[in-house]
Every structure is written in C-alpha cells, then in structure tokens.
Design a binder for this molecule. Structure first.
Ligand SMILES: [Zn+2]
Length: 129
C-alpha cells in the first residue's frame, strides 16, 4: 500500500517547492561595469616627449633635468641616461629583442616573458674559482 507521500509524488506534486517567487528579481545581481579598462601592464607612453613609442621603458635614473621615469629610447639617449638605470624590458621593442641604446651599453634585462628570475640582475662576482 503506497503512502500518502508516494501518492503525491506520483501525481507530480512536490510539497517542498514553494511557489513564492517574489524575491527572484533581487537575486539577480547586476553586473558591475568596470570603470577602468583592464589593467594595462605594458606601457608605451614616453613621459619625456609625451608620445606613444614602442620602446618605452622605466628608468630609475638620477638625471636632474627630467622627472620622467617611463622614457623612450630616443629620449633616454638624449638625456644621456645610461641603460644600467633601466628597470624594465617590457616594450614591444624589447620583446622583439630589438631594443638597443645609442648612448652607452645596452643592458640585458629579462623581459616579462621570463618569469623565472624577473628583474634580478645576474651578479657574476664570485663566479671564478
Ligand atoms: Zn620620448
């Protein structure tokens, strides 16, 4: 003999389901539109000449004539900022391994592709035994 509950289930009646749907609208959360464009990790705007350049890198220099840190190669050469003050190798030119300084020696800085020892300059002291 089937129980009353089984009889309800066979009839398609589900006693636990409440027909109340008044609050459904509140449950749909509005997607917040992000105000900012997704964070741009690559910078290509030269703070010195105020132009977009494919070879802008960050320099931690002590040149008193400029406060710019993100500088293109041309400006860095003109400002005579040595490449050893360069912190990044994030520009398109660096990624294509075409980054080259006219002023002084061009340093080899690990680009963003190498996540292993990023920005760690290899000290070659104590290298010879
Ligand atoms: Zn520039």
């Amino acid at each position: 003999m089937a129980s009353l509950k089984d009889a309800f289930l066979k009839a398609g009646i589900k006693p636990t389901e409440a027909p109340k749907k008044e609050n459904e609208r509140e449950q749909i959360k509005k997607k917040k539109m992000t105000d900012e464009i997704s964070h741009q990790s690559q910078r290509n705007f030269c703070e010195e000449c105020n132009q977009v350049r494919p070879d802008v890198e960050q320099y931690k220099h002590r040149n008193p004539t400029t406060e710019a840190e993100w500088i293109c190669v041309r400006c860095a050469d003109q400002l005579q900022i040595l490449d050893k003050f360069r912190l990044t190798a994030q520009s398109d030119t660096s990624i294509k391994k075409m980054f080259r300084r006219e002023y002084g020696e061009t340093m080899k800085i690990a680009g963003p592709q190498n996540n292993g020892g990023a920005n760690k300059p290899k000290g070659d002291f104590n290298g010879n035994r």
